[in-house]
Design a protein around this ligand. Structure first.
Ligand SMILES: Nc1nc2c(ncn2[C@@H]2O[C@H](COP(=O)(O)OP(=O)(O)OP(=O)(O)O)[C@@H](O)[C@H]2O)c(=O)[nH]1
Length: 719
């Protein structure tokens, strides 16, 4: 034991020495064949151990000298101050490192539900992912969400059952929950040796190797036969033959595992304990062995670019000295610093001054980068998260022509250039908003600038102006999201802002059908603008539609010039941005344009204005119903505190859907209106002595009953 401890110390010192001698500038010189690149994400439920696992990967691959600890707040990837203080991962950080002749570009994704947009954004630039689980909890609410997102982007995965050392850790339980809840086929590549405090290591099921981490540490009827291990001494050549055959079999097995993983027919399952430094090296081996290389993923748009540059800006960070830093994933072609690139979304040419490899909060300058890689660029001032970047406008046009040809004679709804954009990230609608004010009017400009930068980084943050009061409104995905933005404005931009009370982003819809007519008759200069519109609005049942479904009466569509249709539809859409009752967006409605009379000189703006006014009239007549966000709530709580949590839920208009057992805990699945969840984390903490955890996710919008609706109007001074 003593000997082993000593040996470990020597090994650790050696690693430390080799790390301190590591010269990062030698990294770019390593050109990796595409088949040796892995663009990987780590995804999981909050607190499953993504950051700890990442940290261990960096340590074993030699890129950091000491092990960080999220509990001490000194990990490499959680580099934003708030992350260190709160111990959660907010922004995904991309990290590049090498493992046994493979280049791994790893993106650490946040686990908190307020940041699912971050997760989505990262998933689309990945070729594979590692799903990390807490082995004592199995599949948790947020794991399901990220798993579904990975399904959507068709990302091959492997599972890592972390926290095998934790009290209550159960390999069998966790595997069973993967089977049941994720409806996937787990391939058990490892079995643990011991569990919870007895967890010592694992057995590789394919190679049958045990990996134990020492803690710095008569009648010839064929009925009778003999069975014993074949030794080399028995028959050296047979022994060698068997050995070779076994190796071939293992290779075949491994390629079969890889095949089913890439086809997403099954997921390899590994286990370990990142915190106790067990199981991470085999996990790295599995990443290189079973997850796909960039050229093993197929993207339809690649054929339109041939070998021209096509890249996606998937994250923007603001650096005080260097300006915006844009993370890009290169799908085809290559990039060089000091070159001009064309941003299709913004129709502009920009200059990329420097190209860097991201190493958490440090970056290493590189001379060029090929397809399949993830890089950090300096100098792109316009590009925002989600933009598509190509080499030039001419290249975009050429690709658009190829895409157009592929589409054949078929009429496309989107323009050809739009079809070239990489699939957009679906940004959920914000559910909370509040006013934000600078300490003095003199700081308003700085605040606007800070909010602009933050919005380029985070598309789920929306900023708008209240048309009545002129105040700036911040809209976000949850209490934590808004709190963090507030914090960042103070820390990163030095502006102390005041937030108004957090308010719910309601929606409006209608209960009845109604008709309205409106006429606009205005003479501007020597032109007479004249429009008369007649519309009908109706409630639309079935699936939720956020934009109005528009129809035209037959006599209108026959005579309507195509160019006027856009003006009419703009007018309808504009009137739905702010509903007539509380000014919230109107959803789930159908509109029929019943008649339209337009004087020849009338401008499109006047047509839109008249249609919009007519819509407002019709909506007012159609009885407005307020809809409130309804959240899926999942609480994990011990048996002792279950009844307190349930009693509290009952007071929050919560409806309990299911109570499951998870090891020693109970999991309450419920639906609860967002309005009732404000400050829930503090309440739940005090009710359960801090032992319960919960996740909230937008499920749908539900109608307020008439009593609740009038109470809301009363609170706003409208009745
Ligand atoms: N017992 C045990 N605890 C672990 C293990 N790995 C991580 N933890 C602890 O679990 C907590 C969460 O770990 P993190 O690595 O921050 O988890 P994360 O998934 O990055 O968290 P978020 O980014 O907030 O979603 C910390 O207190 C870790 O020390 C493990 O293998 N065993």
């Amino acid at each position: 034991m003593h000997f082993w401890k000593k040996k470990m110390r020597v090994i650790r010192n050696l690693i430390q020495q080799s790390c301190s001698q590591r010269n990062y500038s030698s990294l770019p010189g390593n050109v990796f064949a595409l088949c040796r690149i892995r663009n990987i994400g780590i995804m999981a439920h909050i607190d499953a151990g993504k950051t700890t696992t990442t940290e261990r990967m960096l340590y074993y691959s030699g890129y950091i000298r000491t092990l960080g600890d999220v509990d001490d707040g000194d990990t490499v990837t959680d580099f934003m101050v708030q992350e260190r203080e709160r111990g959660i991962t907010i922004q995904s950080a991309a990290v590049t490192f090498d493992w046994k002749d493979y280049r791994i570009n790893l993106v650490d994704t946040p686990g908190h539900v307020d940041f699912t947009v971050e997760v989505e954004r990262c998933l689309r630039v990945l070729d594979g992912a590692v799903a990390v689980f807490d082995a004592s909890a199995g599949v948790e609410a947020q794991t399901l969400t990220v798993w579904r997102q990975a399904d959507k982007h068709q990302i091959p995965r492997i599972c890592f059952l972390n926290k095998m050392d934790k009290n209550g850790a159960s390999f069998t339980y966790a595997v069973e929950s993967i089977k049941q809840k994720l409806k996937t086929k787990p391939l058990l590549l490892q079995l643990p040796i011991g569990e919870a405090k007895n967890f010592r290591g694992l057995v590789d099921v394919v190679t049958k190797e045990r990996i134990v981490w020492k803690s710095t540490s008569g009648l010839d009827d064929g009925k009778i036969f003999e069975q014993k291990p074949l030794l080399e001494a028995d028959d050296p050549s047979l022994f060698q033959e068997v050995q070779d055959a076994r190796n071939t079999l293992i290779e075949q097995l491994q390629s079969a595992i890889r095949r089913v993983t890439l086809a997403q027919k099954a997921v390899p399952v590994l286990c370990g304990s990142a915190l106790k430094n067990k199981g991470v090296q085999p996990l790295l081996d599995a990443i290189t062995a079973y997850l796909p290389a960039p050229n093993e993923r197929s993207y339809e748009f690649l054929k339109w670019y041939n070998d021209d540059l096509c890249a996606l800006a998937f994250k923007v960070l603001h650096d005080k000295c260097r300006g915006p830093l844009v993370f890009i994933r290169i799908y085809s072609g290559s990039v060089k610093p000091q070159s001009a690139v064309y941003n299709i979304n913004r129709s502009c040419t920009e200059r990329m001054s420097r190209l860097l490899l991201p190493f958490a909060d440090q970056q290493i300058e590189i001379p060029s980068l090929m397809a399949g890689n993830i890089a950090l660029t300096v100098g792109l001032k316009q590009s925002a998260t989600g933009d598509t970047i190509v080499s030039s406008k001419a290249s975009a046009v050429a690709a658009a022509c190829r895409a157009g040809r592929d589409a054949g004679g078929e009429r496309r709804r989107t323009s050809e250039v739009e079809s070239l954009l990489l699939a957009g990230v679906e940004i959920p609608e914000p559910v909370f908003f509040c006013t934000i004010e600078p300490p003095s009017m003199a700081k308003q400009q700085d605040l606007d600038n800070a909010l602009n930068c933050l919005q380029r980084e985070d598309p789920s943050l929306k900023v708008k102006l209240d048309p009545d009061t002129g105040q700036t409104i911040l809209c976000g995905m949850g209490e934590l999201h808004i709190e963090i933005i507030h914090d960042r404005i103070k820390r990163e931009y030095g502006i102390e802002t005041y937030l108004g009370p957090l308010q719910i982003a309601y929606r409006e819809t209608i209960l009845n059908a109604a008709q309205a007519t409106d006429t606009l008759d205005k003479t501007v200069g020597d032109k007479r603008h004249f429009v008369t519109a007649e519309l009908e609005v109706r409630p639309r049942s079935g699936e939720r539609v956020t934009t109005p479904v528009i129809e035209y009466a037959e006599n209108v569509i026959e005579l309507l010039p195509k160019e006027l249709q856009g003006a009419i539809e703009n007018g309808i859409a504009n009137s739905c941005i702010q509903g007539p009752l509380l000014g919230f967006p109107v959803q789930d409605i159908e509109v029929t344009v019943q008649s339209l009379t337009v004087h020849p000189d009338t401008s499109h703006t006047m047509i839109s204005a008249c249609v919009s006014r007519c819509m407002q009239k019709a909506l007012k007549k159609a009885s407005i119903q307020i809809l409130e966000p309804l959240m899926n709530l999942e609480i994990t709580v011990s048996e002792d505190h279950l009844s307190a949590a349930l009693a509290d839920l009952a007071q929050r208009r919560g409806s309990i859907q299911e109570i499951q057992s998870r090891q020693d805990n109970r999991v309450v699945v419920a639906a609860v209106p967002l309005a009732e969840t404000m400050g829930y984390s503090t309440v739940l903490r005090s009710l359960t002595s801090g032992s319960a955890t919960f996740t909230l996710e937008l499920a749908s919008y539900q109608a307020l009953n008439s009593h609740e609706q009038s109470a809301l109007l009363q609170r706003r001074g409208l009745v």
